[in-house]
Design a protein around this ligand. Structure first.
Ligand code: SF4
Length: 438
C-alpha cells in the first residue's frame, strides 16, 4: 500500500528551497518504494489531506509559531497521520514543542531507518522521543561518516532561494573550531568532512541532473576543509560559479580569492576586542582580520560585512568601544562597510548554556549604531523581541507548549510577562536539555 508522506519547511518557499535538510529528507524517504513523498512550504501546506506522515524540520526557534499553526491546521484533515519534528532545534532542546508532535527525531537520519520506523508508529527507537513512549534520556543519532549514497543529487532550486539556482554541496558537517558560544559545533560533533573524490562526483552529477551552473558550498566553516582549493579549482575549471556559505577570515588566501572573486566579503570577528575574542575562543585576531581586509582590497571586493555579538559574558564598556574602533579602522581601508550586531543567545549544550540573556544588549546595539552612523557605516540587527523569544525557546521546558499558541514572538513574550515567567526563562533554573545526550 502506498503511503503519503509530507516534508514541511515551516516558512516561505524562498527560505526552504535553499535548505539542504529539506532535500536530504526528501531523498532519504524517496528510497522507500511504498512512500509517496512531497515537499511543502508555508505557501502550499494546506493541500495536505489524508496523509500518513507529516515531518516538519525546525531550523530556527522563531519558526515554532508557524510549525504549531501548521500542525493545528493539518490535524483535522489528516486524522491518521503521525506528526514528527526534527532538525537542529530538536537536537538543541525539543521540550517546548513536544505536545504538538507524536515524535521528535534527535540527530541526523542518514544510514538509519529511524524515519521509516516513526512512519510505522514505532516510537520506542533510538534517537526518538515521543509522548507515546516517554523516556528520561534521548541519545542523538548520527552517521559516523558522510558518503555519497544518501546524498540528494536531485535538488529543485529557484532564483528566489538564498543561493539562486544552485546545487547545494555539503562539504562537511560539524566544525573543527572551538567557539564557546556555537551551537553548530556542539550538536554536529564530531566534525566530518567528505572525501574530495566524492565531492567532485556529487558536484558533477548535481550540475548535470539539475541543469544548474552554480554550486553552493555548505559547511559551518568552508575554508577549514583541507582540500578546499582543489575542490574550488575543479569547479572553476568546469566553468561553474561557486558560492561559499561561510568563510572564516583566517582561512582566506590568494588562491581562494582568485577563484571565488567575491563581491562582498563577510568576516565574523563576533567580539570587538582581542580579549573577548580569546575568551569566546573565536581564534581570530586583529592580524587575521586585517589580512582579510588586505585581500579584499587586492581582489577589488566592493563591500565588507562584519558580524558581531554583544551581551557576551564578561563584556565591559571597553569591549563595546573596541568594537566601534575596529569597525572604524576597517572603514578607513574599505569604502563600503556594513555590520550586523545581535545579542548573544546562550544556547544549550554550549559553554554558555547557564548564562543569563543580557537584556541591556538592546542599549548596546543602539549605542553602536549611533556611533557608526556618523561614519556612514550601516548597522543591521534583528528584532529584539524575536531574539528574546529565541533564547526562551532554546532553553525552555515543557511548560512553554501552551504559550506557543500565541502565534508570534510579541504575543508570546507578553503572555510570559503577564504570568511573571519571562525572567525565569531568561535566567536558567533548570536545564531540560541535559536529558538530550549530544
Ligand atoms: S568557526 Fe563558526 S561554526 Fe565553527 S565553532 Fe566557530 S562559530 Fe561555530
Amino acid at each position: 500500500m502506498i503511503r503519503n508522506v509530507a516534508i514541511i519547511y515551516p516558512n516561505k518557499f524562498k527560505a526552504g528551497i535553499s535548505c539542504l535538510a529539506v532535500h536530504i529528507l526528501a531523498c532519504h524517504l524517496s528510497k522507500y518504494r511504498d512512500l509517496n513523498v512531497g515537499v511543502y512550504f508555508l505557501e502550499n501546506y494546506e493541500k495536505i489531506k489524508n496523509f500518513d506522515a507529516i515531518f516538519i524540520t525546525l531550523q530556527y526557534e522563531n519558526d515554532y509559531f508557524n510549525a504549531v499553526t501548521i500542525v493545528k491546521d493539518l490535524k483535522p484533515h489528516n486524522p491518521n497521520a503521525v506528526f514528527v519534528a526534527g532538525g537542529p532545534c530538536v537536537m538543541e532542546n525539543f521540550y517546548p514543542i513536544t505536545d504538538f508532535f507524536d515524535a521528535v527525531i534527535v540527530g541526523e537520519i542518514e544510514n538509519s531507518e529511524v524515519m521509516l520506523k516513526v512512519i510505522n508508529k514505532e516510537f520506542d527507537v533510538e534517537g526518538v522521543y515521543s509522548k507515546h513512549a516517554k523516556k528520561d534520556k534521548v541519545k542523538r543519532i548520527y552517521p559516523k561518516k558522510l558518503g555519497v549514497e544518501d546524498y540528494p543529487i536531485y535538488q529543485p532550486s529557484s532564483e528566489e532561494g538564498a543561493y539562486g539556482k544552485a546545487f547545494l554541496l555539503e562539504i562537511g558537517r560539524g566544525c573543527p573550531r572551538r567557539c564557546r558560544f556555537c551551537l553548530a559545533r556542539a550538536i554536529y560533533y564530531p566534525p566530518r568532512f567528505r572525501k574530495l573524490n566524492d565531492l567532485m562526483y556529487l558536484a558533477e552529477e548535481g550540475i548535470k541532473v539539475n541543469k544548474v551552473n552554480k554550486v553552493a558550498l555548505i559547511a559551518p566553516s568552508v575554508g577549514d576543509y583541507k582540500y578546499i582549493v582543489e575542490l574550488c579549482n575543479f569547479l572553476d575549471e568546469k566553468g561553474v560559479q561557486i558560492s561559499p556559505s561561510s568563510l572564516r577570515a583566517d582561512t582566506l588566501n590568494d588562491d581562494l580569492m582568485r577563484i571565488l572573486k567575491p563581491k562582498t566579503l563577510t568576516i565574523a570577528p563576533e567580539a570587538g576586542s582581542e580579549r573577548l575574542r580569546e575568551f569566546i575562543k573565536k581564534d581570530i585576531n586583529e592580524g587575521d582580520i586585517f589580512n582579510a581586509i588586505e585581500l579584499a582590497k587586492k581582489y577589488n571586493v566592493e563591500k565588507v560585512k562584519l558580524y558581531f555579538m554583544v551581551g557576551i559574558p564578561t563584556e565591559t564598556d571597553e569591549d563595546i568601544e573596541e568594537l566601534i574602533t575596529l569597525t572604524k579602522k576597517i572603514k578607513k581601508e574599505i569604502r563600503r562597510v556594513e555590520i550586523s550586531v545581535n545579542p548573544m543567545i546562550p544556547k544549550p549544550h554550549t559553554d554558555f548554556e547557564e548564562e543569563e540573556f543580557d537584556l541591556s544588549s538592546k542599549k548596546k546595539i543602539k549605542y553602536i549604531e549611533k556611533a557608526l552612523k556618523k561614519e556612514n557605516i550601516k548597522v543591521e540587527y534583528e528584532n529584539f523581541n524575536s531574539m528574546i523569544c529565541q533564547c526562551v525557546l532554546a532553553r525552555g521546558d515543557e511548560m512553554l507548549n501552551k504559550y506557543l499558541n500565541c502565534k508570534n514572538p510579541t504575543n508570546f513574550i507578553s503572555a510570559l510577562k503577564k504570568d511573571k515567567l519571562l525572567d525565569k526563562y531568561l535566567k536558567v533554573d533548570k536545564m531540560p536539555w541535559k536529558n538530550i545526550i549530544i
